[in-house]
Ligand binder design. Structure first.
Ligand SMILES: Cc1cc2nc3c(=O)[nH]c(=O)nc-3n(C[C@H](O)[C@H](O)[C@H](O)COP(=O)(O)OP(=O)(O)OC[C@H]3O[C@@H](n4cnc5c(N)ncnc54)[C@H](O)[C@@H]3O)c2cc1C
Length: 364
């Protein structure tokens, strides 16, 4: 029995079905509404490191398999990174030259960046391309997986909240359900069912400004697009010695953006609209009020980068679990009950890589 129908829960359901288990998913909402549909759909495998990196191959395979079986849009797009500052090029050069991932990161000159990303050519120095990465449409992928799993015999209990869990039993608002094995994938709401695990791991809620805009771009955005701000985020880039100088430069140029913990990045949905984001604010709770400042910053930087007017179609607040010092938490609070939470903004990237680790202790 899996609790939570986000990408982490659904990936565990898929693994369990493949292993021949009888599977049910308990989800408190009537459909997916969590982080798994609010994100960029960027499967950012390349610049991970450490234990997260070990999950990426398994995750990539699961995404490709699920897309084929469930019939949702996925492209083997890679990721493009645009550099407009010498410090950004220095991080990328060091990262590519470090050779940790042969063939999975190449430097681009300015023309090659412009072939992949319809940004304003002014000030583009070059960039990099990460061919191994993937892109999905987050609004389509999870729902397609749950529909497909239902055809494979998985029982879905929608609008059914898990209220308490013991070995072999899930107590829900609709009565108790029995299961030999229980996986709890309720993301940041793990503090409702297992507050001690959340407190011990320091899990809090990280809130993000996100928007979808219409824009008459110079051409299609063929891949997810990172900027220099993204190089301060993903562990493969932050491990470079050049990252410190980049951080100093961005901090002196845009202290307002640094204060909002900006990651300026983009993906284009199949309908042509652009998902833009994001900012980060960490607290135990997730109050509903979002400052307009974050949206203004995103729109200002997006107009400047692409050099075209924008029309906002939607704004939303994304929330993900955040914990200092670890990118995911796997715990067994009682026999036969496993908790799995991705504790930074890479659950689409590593979530589908976690089931093997959770079920049999192997990430391969
Ligand atoms: C704005 C934003 C952008 C992001 N961009 C990216 C990206 O581009 N690439 C990337 O790799 N990652 C990204 N992430 C992170 C990624 O989206 C998350 O790490 C991932 O979706 C977490 O998946 P999940 O299944 O654990 O959580 P969720 O998708 O949040 O699902 C948890 C589910 O559990 C259910 N639930 C909770 N409590 C109960 C209960 N008691 N009973 C029953 N059901 C319950 C909830 O209703 C929910 O459906 C982003 C996140 C955000 C917010």
């Amino acid at each position: 029995m899996i609790i939570g129908a986000g990408i982490v829960g659904l990936s565990h359901a898929e693994e369990a079905v493949r292993a021949g288990m009888t599977v049910a998913v308990v989800e408190r909402s009537s459909r997916q509404v969590g982080a798994s549909i609010r994100n960029f759909g960027h499967i950012c495998l390349t610049p991970q490191s450490g234990p997260a990196k070990e999950l990426t191959e398994q995750s990539r395979q699961r995404w490709l398999r699920m897309s084929q079986a469930a019939g949702f849009w996925l492209r083997e797009s890679g990721t493009t990174i645009v550099a407009k500052r010498a410090e950004e090029l220095a991080v990328l050069t060091e990262y590519v030259d470090s050779g940790g991932d042969p063939g999975r990161a190449v430097l681009l000159d300015a023309d090659q960046v412009l072939q992949r990303a319809p940004v304003d050519p002014g000030g583009v120095l070059g960039g990099a391309f990460l061919p191994y990465d993937l892109q999905v449409d987050p609004r389509e992928a999870g729902p397609a997986v749950s529909r497909w799993l239902a055809t494979q015999g998985v029982d879905f209990y929608w609008r059914t909240a898990a209220l308490g869990i013991e070995t072999g039993v899930v107590h829900t608002g609709r009565g108790s359900l029995r299961a030999g094995r229980i996986v709890v994938a309720t993301h940041y709401d793990i503090d409702e069912l297992f507050p001690a695990i959340a407190e011990q791991a320091g899990i809090v809620r990280c809130r993000l400004h996100m928007a979808r805009v219409a824009a008459d771009l110079r051409g299609p955005l063929a891949t997810p697009l990172f900027t220099g701000w993204s190089l301060l985020r993903y562990s493969g880039f932050t491990a470079t010695s050049a990252a410190t100088a980049l951080r100093d430069r961005l901090a002196s140029e845009r202290p307002d953006a640094l204060a909002l913990d900006l990651n300026q990045m983009y993906t284009q949905r199949p309908d042509g609209s652009l998902i833009i984001g994001d900012t980060h604010l960490r607290e135990v709770d997730a109050p509903p009020f979002q400052s307009e400042e974050g949206f203004e910053l995103l729109l200002e930087l997006t107009r400047a980068l692409f050099g075209v007017p924008l029309r906002v179609l939607e704004r939303w607040q994304g929330i993900y679990a955040s914990s200092p010092g670890q990118e995911f938490v796997v715990a067994e609070p009682m026999p036969g009950v496993q908790v799995v939470v991705v504790t930074t903004g890479i659950g689409m990237t590593i979530g589908p890589g976690l089931p093997r680790l959770v079920f049999d202790g192997s990430s391969r």
